[in-house]
Design a protein around this ligand. Structure first.
Ligand code: DMJ
Length: 616
């Protein structure tokens, strides 16, 4: 009869013995006496061998541990305070007790080793060593920038009231979420923040609140950050956006208020961004998972490329991180990007918007001073300004880029409006984005120090861009600018396509008004800024905050129902500065990052940043 197959818990079948094979008991019954003796001898020899082996052979587990170097590296001692230290391997392995207990300990050690490492890492995060003290520059500004003139003060007070409405609404309906839906009255987020809830509006708004003297609101935001802002989240975020909004926002809040928590949080977050630089070229991925450190690029970007305006807009914040922590890594990462770009050939001297981080080659040859390119140029100029004008390499790179931009992208329309087009597939597209309007301010800011004594030329260019962008506002029904506008087929400074007619509370035009005001004090910039303030208050304000509008050419626009965090960080801040006196955040002491977060000029004297070869 065939024996039934055995069925182990795994469910895999084990074959039964072959039919006719003798079973062991039957075989033993047939043994003779001499055979029994031989068997006994073999058994005796076997027992002796085992006994000897137990005492004289080396301990296998012990050897394995030494081979892996575990004593020194992977057995941390974590004390009651969560601080990590090292125990001597000898102490762990050769403690009291015999071989049995020793083996037991080794087993326990390997089972809990992962936990100990995890605990050590947690301990590091919770009780990070204090950062080196650095001098905090004084914010500057007397009388909080009071403009003196009561009519101007009244306008400034109105802008402060708008900030309070935006903040209070977010506080009430969206607290802790990244942004606010002011009509639905609930939190909002976009893919740039992954699926995180990191209070982007709180971090982005802090320095505006501080400047405006909204101190209770500032303290409220600070308390939320102290208690809730945690970057150990499984969220895939935009490296660029997190850098300019969070790291920039936290650093500015630190410099303005002197509160250590902001610096500590900025550094914690920056460490989470560093894995994004682990690419074959050192050009960072566009996105990184804050928990796993895995990075990747946007699916829509040409040929798997990283974006110029994203990997090129890290310099200011990363230099400050090295300055504040003494850790050269941040500085080295951004200088590596600069060096790599310097070696690359540029079509017509222009920088394409796409660069593949695996191959180090340009993607599609599309150049823009608006979306995808904009703040790369801005950060070249600001790197120079922030270095107390010692980073002449950055200034030269900026000057060369601007020269190519002027030659290939800047034109005058039929009616004489100066505009900045985009280079696409070998020809100039005569279209300008709202984002591009920031360049008016940039040209004015870069006027002093431009080569060949062209300061007047660049201030004039800034004024012309400001004028064009004002026209793009003035030619709409709402007196708010569209997302993009054309200079083609008889059309000048107006949007053509329906999906370019929206205004989402962007700051760039007002940003340029403010820079132009600071450099010229021409009253028209305050007048234009006031027009924009009134239009925003009339058409974007709802009872639950401020919303973007979908069509600036419609007298009855629909809302997009998003209160962008940059509205509080930038738009309202630039408006407030426009109606303040110049000694509030003077431009010879402060440089604004691309999200309008002010960072102080670093007067390093003869010192150099850690990780830098002296550029002097
Ligand atoms: C802001 O987040 C920054 O200014 C960025 O550089 C591009 N534009 C948005 C707001 O429009």
């Amino acid at each position: 009869m065939t024996a039934p197959a055995l069925l182990p818990p795994s469910g895999r079948r084990i074959p039964a013995p072959a039919p006719g094979a003798a079973s062991f008991p039957h075989h033993r019954a047939t043994l003779r006496l001499s055979e029994k003796f031989i068997l006994l001898l073999i058994l005796g020899a076997f027992i002796t061998l085992c006994f000897g082996a137990f005492f004289f052979l080396p301990d296998g587990s012990k050897h394995k541990r030494f081979d892996l170097g575990l004593e020194d590296v992977l057995i941390p001692h974590v004390d009651g305070m969560g601080r990590a230290g090292r125990q001597s391997g000898a102490h762990v392995i050769h403690g009291e007790g015999g071989p049995h207990e020793h083996r037991h300990r080794c087993l326990l050690g390997s089972q809990t080793e992962k936990n100990r490492v995890a605990q050590r890492l947690r301990g590091r995060e919770a009780a990070a060593p204090p950062l080196p003290p650095v001098p905090v520059p004084r914010p500057g500004g007397v009388d909080d920038g009071d403009p003196g003139d009561p009519r101007v003060r009244e306008k400034r007070d109105k802008i402060r009231e708008m900030m309070k409405h935006a903040w209070d609404s977010y506080r009430q309906y969206g607290w802790g979420h990244n942004e606010l839906k002011p009509l639905a009255r609930k939190g909002h987020s976009t893919n740039i923040f992954g699926n995180s809830q990191m209070g982007a509006t709180i971090v982005d708004a802090l320095d505006t609140l501080f400047m405006m003297g909204l101190h209770d609101e500032f303290r409220d935001g600070q308390a939320w950050i102290e208690q809730n802002l945690d970057f150990s989240v499984n969220a895939e975020v935009s490296v660029f956006e997190v850098n300019i909004r969070f790291i920039g926002g936290l650093l500015a809040a630190y410099y303005l208020s002197g509160q250590e928590v902001f610096k500590a949080k900025a550094v914690q977050l920056a460490e989470k961004l560093l894995p994004a630089f682990n690419t074959p070229t050192g050009i960072p991925w566009a996105m990184v998972n804050l928990k796993s450190g895995v990075g990747r690029n946007w699916g829509w970007a040409s040929a798997g490329s990283s974006i110029l305006a994203e990997f090129g807009t890290l310099h200011m914040e990363f230099v400050h991180l090295t300055y504040l922590t003494g850790n050269p890594a941040y500085y080295q990462k951004v200088m590596h990007i600069r060096k790599l770009l310097a070696k690359m050939e540029r079509p017509n001297g222009l920088y394409p918007n796409y660069l593949n981080p695996r191959t180090g080659r340009w993607g599609q040859h599309h150049t823009s001073v608006g979306g995808l390119g904009d703040s790369f140029y801005e950060y070249l100029l600001k790197a120079w300004l922030m270095s107390d004008k010692t980073d002449t390499e950055a200034r030269k790179t900026y000057d060369d880029a601007v020269e190519a931009i002027e030659r290939h992208l800047i034109r005058k329309s039929n009616s004489g409006l100066t505009f900045i087009g985009e280079w696409k597939n070998g020809h100039l597209e005569r279209k300008m984005g709202h984002l591009t309007c920031f360049a008016g301010g940039m040209f004015a800011l870069g006027a002093d120090g431009s080569p060949g004594d062209k300061a007047g030329h660049y201030l004039q260019l800034g004024a012309e861009i400001a004028h064009t962008c004002h026209e793009s506002y003035d030619r709409t029904v709402l007196k708010l600018g569209p997302e993009a506008f054309k200079f083609d087929s008889g059309l000048e400074a107006v949007a053509v396509r329906q999906n370019e007619k929206y205004y989402i509370l962007r700051p760039e035009v007002i940003e340029t008004y403010w820079y132009m005001w600071r450099f010229t004090h021409d009253p028209k910039y305050r007048q234009w800024g006031w027009e924009a303030t009134q239009a925003i208050d009339r058409y974007c304000r709802v009872s639950g905050g401020f919303s973007g509008v979908k069509d600036v050419y419609s007298s009855n626009p629909t809302y997009d129902d998003v209160q962008q965090s940059f509205f509080l960080a930038e738009t309202l801040k630039y408006l407030y500065l426009l109606f303040s006196s110049d000694d509030l955040l003077p431009l010879d002491s402060w440089v604004f990052n691309t999200e309008a977060h002010p960072l102080p000029v670093l007067h390093l004297g003869n010192a150099t940043l850690p990780g830098s070869e002296s550029r002097r």
